[in-house]
Design a protein. Structure first.
Length: 393
């Protein structure tokens, strides 16, 4: 039985890559297809896999640091992967991975992080309407075609799984498809409180891109003067450095061991943007630390106000300042209670649920497709409860 995993790009270990890492543990014999691959930036679990990247895209000028500029070409590149011979294709997609062309005899399941946010609900965050010159003409033109392709290519997916109720609603709105909901995992075995680490700082862990709204956190802590550490990189880095005061420190991306120490030592994690789901808050809570989050999107499905964090209501400096003031006046959060609140997101729970869901959908597809007309002609493969392939002869 041949399985392919299709992922947008592999040039860091963000939330999507941490999910892919778990799928690599579930399907170690699978082949990974991805547009861009930088082995030194991903985990050893992913590096052990057979990874096939696009032979042309990776050689284009400045693609490693400016790959987003090639976004209009991504649909063309993802369609070039040859998946003939695979029986099961699992795409993990927030951009174009779900648009891969799958042979008719293969089952395609998409674990969807979000419909392409650049094209849909966060279009104006990425491409402000005040742009001038050639960009003001080219961006709407290309994004219109990208939206059309994104919607049409959703029909290539046999079944969608969404990472949250928030994303299931978006899949229904933009693709007119239903989606099963399965929350992503957090490595609770690794992310745990580290003793004797206690420092007087707040923490942000995020890709530094516009929709994450790290700029609000910077402005807030400029005013409050409390120490703030920011872990992450991205195109907004230089702009944020320019507006930040000396109490704000930029650390770049950090390895998991350093990140665990940073989580364990912070007063609270600041989560300032609207997220599809958000694994970072779960990692912080797994280390016993509360989260101050914008009260919209995926955060509403993981954060319980007063138990493992609290919300601010508006994407504004004043609203976040009020939340930090409220946090300062509250009784201390109990680390054990914060940890306990996220046990349902453990890796072992996700693995079992994901495996069972894939088995169920694949077997339903086999039964409703191949077996309907051809069950008397040749043996049919099924996934049993153990995840092994068996023959029904």
């Amino acid at each position: 039985m041949k399985i392919a995993l299709v992922h947008d790009w592999l040039n860091g270990m963000r939330g999507g890559e941490k999910v892919l890492e778990v799928l690599c543990e579930l399907y170690p014999e699978a082949t990974i297809y991805t547009l861009i691959y930088e082995p030194e930036k991903v985990s050893s679990t992913i590096r052990k896999m057979k990874v096939i990247s696009h032979p042309v895209l990776g050689k284009l000028p400045l693609v490693k640091n400016h790959y987003r500029h090639y976004l209009p070409l991504f649909p063309y590149f993802i369609e070039q992967f040859d998946l003939r011979g695979f029986d099961l294709v699992i795409s993990t997609s927030h951009c174009v991975a779900k648009g891969v062309i799958v042979p008719p005899e293969a089952f395609h399941l998409c674990y969807c992080f979000t419909p392409m946010r650049y094209a849909w609900d966060q279009y104006f965050e990425y491409f402000p309407s005040n742009q001038r010159g050639l960009k003001s003409l080219l961006i709407p033109f290309f994004m219109n075609h990208l939206r059309i392709w994104d919607q049409l290519s959703a029909s290539r997916v046999d079944k969608f799984i969404a990472i949250s109720e928030n994303i299931a609603r978006k899949i229904n709105k933009y693709y007119r498809r239903d989606a099963h909901i399965l929350y992503p995992p957090v490595d609770t075995a690794f992310f745990h409180p580290v003793e004797n680490i206690s420092e007087d700082y707040f923490l942000v862990v995020s890709a530094l891109v516009p929709y994450k709204r790290v700029d609000i956190a910077v402005q807030v802590f400029n005013k409050l003067g409390f120490p703030l550490k920011i872990v992450g990189k991205g195109p907004d880095l230089n702009r944020l450095i320019q507006i930040a005061k000396p109490n704000i420190t930029f650390l770049g991306w950090q390895d998991n061991h350093t990140l665990r120490n940073l989580y364990s030592g912070c007063k609270a994690l600041i989560f300032p943007g609207e997220e599809d789901f958000g694994i970072v808050p779960l990692e912080a809570m797994s280390c016993g630390r509360p989260v101050i989050a914008y009260g919209k999107g995926g955060a509403l499905e993981t954060i319980q106000s007063g138990i493992n964090g609290l919300f601010f209501d508006e994407l504004s400096v004043d609203s976040l300042i009020s939340a930090v003031d409220k946090w300062n006046k509250m009784p201390p959060f109990i680390p054990e209670m914060v940890q306990k609140s996220i046990r349902s997101f453990e890796r072992s729970v996700f693995k079992e649920n994901f495996k069972n869901t894939v088995n169920q959908y694949y077997n339903e597809w086999i039964y409703n497709g191949k077996t309907k007309s051809f069950s008397n002609c040749y043996p049919i493969q099924y996934l049993n409860k153990a995840g092994k392939w068996t023959l029904n002869e």
